[in-house]
Design a protein around this ligand. Structure first.
Ligand SMILES: [Fe+2]
Ligand SMILES: [Fe+2]
Length: 302
């Protein structure tokens, strides 16, 4: 078990230290710069689309940035009740645990709010409307109807993913819009604690389970992954609609572009978490078979 590596007291102390205010990130004279990309190319994958000129590639990149705001808003809307449900039955057991998990929930509520503020700023400055999948309540309800261990693993994967996104491709990218980059940086700072707390949550949920029960939870992990993946495909279609409106023309090879952008989204929201070393270590500690099953599926999301 990885539990020994992390503990509630240290995670709480780190959270209190990292804690920022929305007002420090967006608002006042802080504006998105729509002449710059919002997403790193490793996640957006727009450079290979030869039918677009440089400005049009930036438009698609920004549409993908808008999708990032929305997608994280959606997942955090189910993370929040999940964490609250986990903390509630044991409020009196360990004060550090209670405070660390409530801090986690409070930060996630703040992130939902922050992503909404960026969402509004995007809508004000972008030339066309971009449709998004949803509603988020329905997506959350579908995810949360599954075994809490399966949901916990999906959340663990998502929160390690934010760490990989920032450190792996955002921090050192000098071309990105500074405001969007600061959103990613601040999110990364607080998510670092969430990923550790998720590890503790997963360990607690897995405790006492047989190999067969863990295997069943992995089945459900794949069910949730498949459901989210369908959403990513639908979103790739909406993104192309928005791009066509923004550039004022229809594209020819629509299915091909949707497939390419769907794959980019798969890597952004699923694959980059599946292969994260810490996520893999938790799986390995749960059951080598669980780790193996997820490693086998990972190339589909690369
Ligand atoms: Fe978050
Ligand atoms: Fe989080």
């Amino acid at each position: 078990m990885l539990t020994a590596k992390y503990n509630y007291q240290e995670t709480l102390a780190a959270s209190v230290k990292a804690n920022w205010r929305i007002e420090d990130i967006i608002g006042g004279d802080k504006r998105l710069d729509f002449t710059k990309p919002f997403m790193p190319e490793s996640l957006a994958r727009v450079e290979s689309l030869d039918f677009l000129n440089a400005d049009e590639k930036i438009l698609l990149n920004q549409i993908r940035g808008f999708g990032y705001l929305y997608t994280f808003g959606v997942v955090e809307e189910f993370i929040l009740p999940f964490v609250l449900d986990h903390v509630r039955p044991h409020l009196n057991d360990d004060d550090y645990r209670t405070r660390a998990l409530l801090q986690f929930a409070s930060e996630e509520a703040k992130h939902i709010h922050l992503f909404k503020r960026f969402h509004q700023a995007f809508v004000r400055g972008f030339p066309v409307e971009c449709a998004m999948i949803g509603p988020s309540e329905a997506i959350g309800a579908e995810v949360l109807r599954h075994d809490p261990l399966a949901v916990g693993l999906v959340i663990l994967m998502i929160e390690w993913m934010t760490q990989a996104h920032y450190l792996g491709s955002i921090r050192d990218d000098g071309d990105l819009d500074p405001l969007f980059k600061s959103l990613m940086k601040n999110h990364w700072m607080e998510e670092a604690q969430h990923a550790k707390l998720d590890t503790l949550i997963v360990d607690a949920l897995a405790e006492g389970r047989t190999e067969e029960q863990i295997d069943k939870a992995i089945d459900e992990f794949f069910e949730i992954g498949g459901f989210l993946d369908e959403g990513l495909k639908a979103q790739a279609g909406f993104n192309l609609d928005a791009l066509e409106k923004a550039i004022g023309r229809k594209v020819e090879n629509r299915d091909e572009i949707i497939a390419q952008q769907h794959q980019a989204a798969r890597w952004t929201y699923i694959g980059s978490g599946m292969v994260h070393e810490r996520f893999k270590a938790t799986l390995e500690s749960l059951s080598p078979r669980a780790a193996e099953r997820i490693a086998e599926a990972a190339p589909v999301f690369a």
